[in-house]
Design a protein around this ligand. Structure first.
Ligand SMILES: [Mn+2]
Length: 396
């Protein structure tokens, strides 16, 4: 085994007790890892997403689970820098080696896994994803289904030779999964239900990438009523998509994104679920524990520009002076590779600077990052519109 294996360095050796216990199944349900996020802008932030993925795998080792399920959006887009992908592949190889392949990673594609951001190309129709690559390397199990097949043929057992299949049984748990079903998956759900086999001796998990209406403000999802029919055949609906965590009716679980993909994610409850299924006198008993992950620290600072600004230099000097006073408590000795060095969200309010002294955002960001012990800064503007409206009124 490679001595650079990060799991070996951390844990020494591994023996999965769980393999021999047929009555208890343990798994981790995570989602929306968004590997590849921020990779063009900031290397530390880009590594945050890989580190969080590593944390999930370490948790799987610590808790001696039988498998990990990932509810899609494992990658943030099809665009992936070679260095980052190499890191992810090495991580998965090391995990497989260290655990002797006793903890399977089972995933489905989310909308981000098949999405190309730039130039608006509709790439999802070509059916490619990095998850398919990892699956073909034997590093993960990607569940996928032929949605045109009749229901009874839709979920074929995963085949380790062809790397294809829509379901997999581990102990007395069967995990079903499909490809991303688009923004309106309802039309597929009755077919999915027909394809799922229910028997008393197995615990069924259905892995899906969609949200439930009402769980996130202003984000549409499927109506809760529309999935009730699945409940007869699904014991645990494992969702991904919404970055905010929710649990509904004791059978629908959405862990939320594992790292904050945008500033709004920071305000959500997020994490992973550690689930234990035990079989007691022919009945399944489920225990779900929510575990929080260690994420990048962050700070919000709001500065009001209620001053007359004559030039670009003046505004930068003003902002830096203000930040020097409010951020003086920050520790300068923190390693930016650790999540302890914060990201700064800077909100600018007040009077919008006139066109002649517009803020050079790129330059300002660099300056702020050079001066303060922060890993990155994101600038938001929420200026008053009043003087603009007045100008418009006078001109009219
Ligand atoms: Mn997502």
């Amino acid at each position: 085994m490679n001595s650079n294996n990060q799991f070996k360095v951390k844990f020494g050796s591994f023996h999965n007790e769980s393999v021999n216990n047929q009555t208890i199944t343990r798994f981790i349900h995570a989602s929306d890892i968004h590997l590849g996020s921020h990779q063009y802008r900031n290397k530390y932030r880009a590594n945050d997403f890989i580190r969080t993925f590593q944390d999930i795998l370490e948790l799987a080792i610590e808790k001696q689970v039988d498998f990990v399920i990932l509810g899609g959006d494992v990658f943030t887009s099809l665009e992936m820098l070679p260095g980052k992908l190499t890191k992810i592949i090495t991580l998965l190889k090391n995990f497989e080696n260290f655990t002797n392949n006793t903890i399977l990673i089972i995933a489905i594609e989310g909308n981000h896994d098949i999405r190309k951001f730039s130039r608006g190309v509709r790439f999802e129709r070509r059916g490619q994803s990095w998850l398919k690559l990892l699956n073909s390397l034997g590093l993960i199990i990607l569940l996928d289904t032929d949605m045109d097949a009749p229901p009874e043929q839709m979920f074929k057992p995963y085949n380790y030779n062809t790397y294809m299949g829509g379901k997999i049984q581990i102990k007395n748990t069967v995990i079903y999964g499909t490809r991303y079903l688009g923004e309106k998956p309802i039309s597929f759900l009755s077919k999915i239900r027909k394809g799922i086999m229910k028997s008393k001796s197995v615990f069924n998990i259905l892995l899906q990438h969609f949200g439930i209406d009402g769980q996130m403000k202003n984000v549409p999802g499927i109506k809760l009523e529309a999935i009730q029919h699945l409940r007869h055949r699904v014991d645990y609906l494992a969702l991904g998509h919404f970055h905010k965590q929710f649990i509904l009716e004791d059978w629908i679980y959405n862990p939320g994104s594992s790292e904050a993909v945008c500033s709004m994610d920071n305000s959500f409850k997020r994490g992973v679920f550690l689930v234990e299924i035990s079989n007691k006198s022919d009945k399944f008993v489920k225990k779900v524990e929510m575990i929080r992950l260690v994420n990048r620290k962050y700070i919000w600072e709001t500065i009001s520009l209620n001053i007359r600004i004559r030039n670009n230099n003046e505004i930068e000097t003003f902002l830096i002076k203000r930040l020097k006073s409010s951020l003086k408590y920050l520790d300068h000795d923190v390693n930016p590779s650790t999540p302890n060095m914060p990201i700064l969200y800077l909100m600018l309010k007040g009077l919008e600077p006139s066109n002649s002294c517009k803020i050079n955002e790129k330059g300002l960001r660099k300056k702020i990052c050079d001066i303060f012990p922060i890993v990155d800064v994101k600038i938001y503007k929420k200026y008053m519109k009043s003087h603009k409206t007045l100008d418009k009124y006078i001109l009219a």
